[in-house]
Design a protein around this ligand. Sequence first.
Ligand code: ADP
Ligand code: MG
Length: 734
Amino acid sequence: MEFELDSPSSPLAAPQEPPQIRRLEECVVNRIAAGEVIQRPVSAVKELVENSLDAHSTSINVVVKDGGLKLIQVSDDGHGIRFEDLPILCERHTTSKLSTYEDLQTIKSMGFRGEALASMTHVAHVTVTTITKGQLHGYRVSYKDGVMEHQPKACAAVKGTQIMVENLFYNMVARKKTLQSTVDDYSKIVDVISRFAIHHTSVSFSCRKHGAVRADVHSVATSSRLDVIRSVYGPSVSCNLMKLETSDSDPVGSIFSMDGFISSSNYMAKKTTMVLFINDRLVECTALKRALEIVYAATLPKASKPFIYMSIQLPPEHVDVNVHPTKREVSLLNQERIIEKIQSVAESKLRSSNTSRVFPEQTLDPSQLSPFSSSKDSQTDSPPTASKSQKTPVNKIVRTDAMDPAGRLDAYLKAKPLEGLERNPSLTAVRSAVRLRRNPKETADLTSLQELIDDVERNCHSDLLDVVRHCTFIGMADEILALLQHGTHLYLANVVNLSKEIMYQQVLRRFAHFNAIQLSEPAPVSDLIMLALQEEDLNSESTDGDELKQNIAKLNSELLKEKMEMLEEYFGISINSEGYLSMLPVILDQHTPDMDRIPDFLLTLGNDIEWLDEKNCFQGIAAAIANFYAMHPPLLPNPSGDGMHFYKRKATDNRDDEGNTIEKADIQVEEKDEIDNDLISEAETAWAQREWSIQHVLFPSMRLFLKPPASMATNGTFVKVASLEKLYKVFERC
Ligand code: ADP
Ligand code: MG
């Protein structure tokens, strides 16, 4: 179709004649405005629940049909609506909560604009049933476009108000269509009710689908917020929460008080849940959310996202509640200062809780050991148990200390030290405990072992030893190389080589004295070796038959079974009589190996060890363990690097092409580039975990234990890249 360029009504009309300005019809204005306030079903639910809360209800029940598009019904036991007010109840800008503009400064109610109900009547059919105190009966009346459709009818009613919103967006075809084609709003509604439930603990909430017997959110009024969190979000959340409080009363700085709960290091989630109330309003504050996410990312070994519930109270005149039509955002006086303060208490709380972190046992499921699967952590729901008690198997607990600021890049970025952050002495305790095991006396009689240890000492390069002892870790330069500063020199150091060497040396030092990593499910050695053989095949395109591989796998696992006593006693590797691997040694405290590498490790043990010569045998096993535990780049490509293309999924063409409308075709095109978010998040976790380990485990242990062999000076493990003095000279000239 062609545009009629000279038509006066065309938006592309020539500019000589300005188009006429006309007043929009009132119903159009109202509908446009309504569409802004009620953007989707969940916004209607939020407004209705806020009205119920404003009416001092103690019980609020929500019923939803078809994601809210067919029906939203909110019933409360609040003070009800006066009969005389019913005619104007749903007119725009009618409210019982605000009379002068100045009232906004001190307003405590959630509503104040008198727009919500009016908006709903412009985009849905609204029916109100209400009864006020002392009345014998209630009234029911329906509204359309702001006005009553008929006189209120007397009816039986229970205390409070029930508002029914039916056929939402019946007159906004485009909106309805987009909502119908996207995911059901019901989960958003459940989410909003859950949030209200954990904040308003003196109110009982329920939310269910129309016709469903069971509610999806059900909370009972109680005095304990943790109890409500448990009943709404489940024990896996409530058990892993820590109370957080802070306040400020500096009239020139900021005045606020905050209390809430934040998840501890034992909580695992892929997405942040941030439930924020400011002056009892459910709001969002992206800046605060980000600030807290940063704390978690910087403090925790796993890139787990937090659960946060926070209630902030400020003088009402410090909050502008009128910055968003749905009141979703508010703006605060001194927001930055408040965020900084909250961030710093959250950080110190998290750090102190993280000093005794319980690592879950590793689950090893051989069916998942494909080249690109990575080990899954089975996260226990229970809170950290007292690790000192005799009953707790010590071998299942690995201590972590994130307090060691040495060498942290972020330590240098911080302008000022955070308040209340003291150096925790537990790291020293862990270190000395480890040191005690450095020279196990009982095993000194094994001459071959002693010889291997002596070899390490003899080979040690004294200059590199000084670098290793006194270097500062600056950050990772790429996937393999870390940037270090030593005195005025910068070095690139290969973390794979370094970690392999330190693991090797630690195996020798801890010989026969290992703590254990227990596999929660023992893994069949023979199947794992088979996996490794098939994997080798993929790489070398060898054509050995499966039968041959089966035989090799069987022979190797038989061999390992034969050696199981020695492997267990000296190296903490436990293989039971059925040929299942059940235990691995702890080589560096706080570090667990990448379980995807078990098949390779077992194959090396089965194939490459010289069992007959004691010294060679010990050396071979130590090297195999070292290679297994070394901090290799994770098998999943780094999504933040070049690896992103790996996660782009091809369209799964399961639709019928012929019957497709253009819209559907569009959707398909989009799907071609669909990204596998689960895998990305798994990869991100693996990479973040590795970086954490390099910084907090590898480098601190290296400073203490590594005796760098002379070969590291020449084989590229350490490369001096610059001298700061020279760099400064260059800059001076600039
Ligand atoms: P606002 O909440 O901004 O005042 P609304 O359109 O949401 O505007 O509601 C208009 C008025 O209707 C409120 O001021 C209140 O007096 C009354 N109202 C609405 N819902 C309820 C309810 N559930 N219980 C009692 N009164 C209600
Ligand atoms: Mg309201």
